[in-house]
Ligand binder design. Structure first.
Ligand code: SIN
Length: 362
């Protein structure tokens, strides 16, 4: 091709301009965050919608798909390269052991891939703490896994889902979150899966770790950690769910004034392999319930004394002679989390001393 001098000059100028464009494109590409985060969507209020912008209760959970959740927060592209997968689309009161097994297997498969740096799981807040703890015990990786939900549906004024999702992705993409166990990111705060709990039916600051303390904050596009959980988790646990398609039946019996043994006996009759007794105070046993618990233990049912109080250690051999009765105590785990640990423990052993060791380890 023949080019006149002026054309050549123009071409050269254009080339320089194009090259400059390429250089700035390279800089722009360099600025693209390198962490790859997969968002696994399971439903909940974060994917919910209400009739009006002031509907903050009585809305429908689990209506919006993962692609729309991601599209609603274009800022995610500033902190990670994000992919989405719809794993379930449920309100979290319908979460089951089978959902957990499927989710944990998917998380483990994704984290084994070199091109996945972290995972965010969007989840209903009602059982979010339980799924988080289940994954804390069964994920075999140090890469970040962050659970996130919302207390208000996306249609509400001041919906908390978008900022919570942004913070969760930022956290899952961060080096600071590596090796910290499964985390919960809600309301600009970072919590450990083992200790966090939902404390309010509807306010956005519902998630708290009251006495043991949250791990840190997310502020100004950065996670700040102040504590770590001392209990073993993720890559350091002894639980392997890779070949399991069911978990042993473990149920919770609640303590209250005037309680009798009817519910306990029904659950044992229905085949429970373990019972979490959510006792009053320091896990106390009412005299109408204690004989039924003793009988259940003699039949081989594992009994864990937990407390409905929500904070504090259930003292071994305190309100009951656990050594003589061959019971286990839950340490500081709340009843719903004690249920998870007992199910996983029963996949390994039925020895109560071994199970007590696990309750002091995880
Ligand atoms: C749910 O847990 O699925 C409904 C409530 C919520 O996400 O806040």
């Amino acid at each position: 091709m023949y080019l006149s001098i002026s054309s050549r000059l123009m071409y050269a100028l254009c080339t320089v301009t194009l090259l400059a464009g390429t250089v700035s494109a390279v800089h722009a590409a360099d600025a693209t965050p390198s962490a790859h985060v997969t968002i696994l969507a399971t439903g909940g209020t974060i994917a919910g919608s209400g009739a009006t912008s002031t509907t903050t209760v009585g809305y429908t959970a689990a209506t919006v798909g993962v692609d729309r959740l991601i599209a609603a927060v274009p800022e995610l592209a500033k902190v990670a390269q994000v992919k989405g997968e719809q794993v379930f689309q449920i309100a979290s009161e319908n979460m089951t052991n089978e959902h957990w097994l499927k989710l944990a297997k998917r998380v483990n498969a994704l984290l084994a891939q070199p091109d996945v740096d972290g995972i965010v799981i969007t989840h209903g807040t009602d059982t979010l703490e339980e799924t988080a703890y289940f994954l804390d015990l069964t994920v075999k990786s140090k890469k970040p896994v962050v659970l996130v939900g919302a207390m208000r549906p996306g249609t509400a004024l001041s919906a908390d889902g978008p900022i919570n999702l942004y913070n969760a992705v930022l956290l899952a993409a961060s080096q600071e979150a590596v090796g910290k166990g499964v985390l919960v990111a809600m309301n600009d705060q970072i919590h450990a899966a083992r200790d966090v709990t939902k404390t309010n039916t509807s306010t956005p600051d519902s998630f708290k770790t009251p006495e043991l303390g949250m791990l840190g904050y997310i502020q100004g596009n950065k996670p700040y950690f102040y504590h770590v959980s001392n209990r073993k988790h993720t890559a350091d646990t002894e639980f392997d769910i890779s070949k399991l398609d069911a978990l042993p039946q473990v149920d919770i019996v609640y303590g209250y004034a005037n309680v009798g043994p009817v519910a306990l006996n029904a659950l044992v009759g229905a085949g429970a392999k373990g019972i979490i007794h959510a006792g009053v105070g320091d896990g106390s046993l009412a005299s109408k319930v204690a004989p039924a618990l003793t009988a259940a233990r003699k039949q081989g049912v594992l009994i864990v004394r937990s407390a409905r109080v929500g904070q504090g250690i259930v003292a071994r051999n305190g309100e009951a002679n656990d050594d003589a009765l061959d019971f286990v105590v839950s340490d500081t785990l709340n009843p719903q989390k004690a249920r998870i640990l007992l199910m996983l423990a029963l996949t390994k052993t039925s020895d109560s001393k071994e199970i007590q060791r696990m309750f002091y380890t995880y």
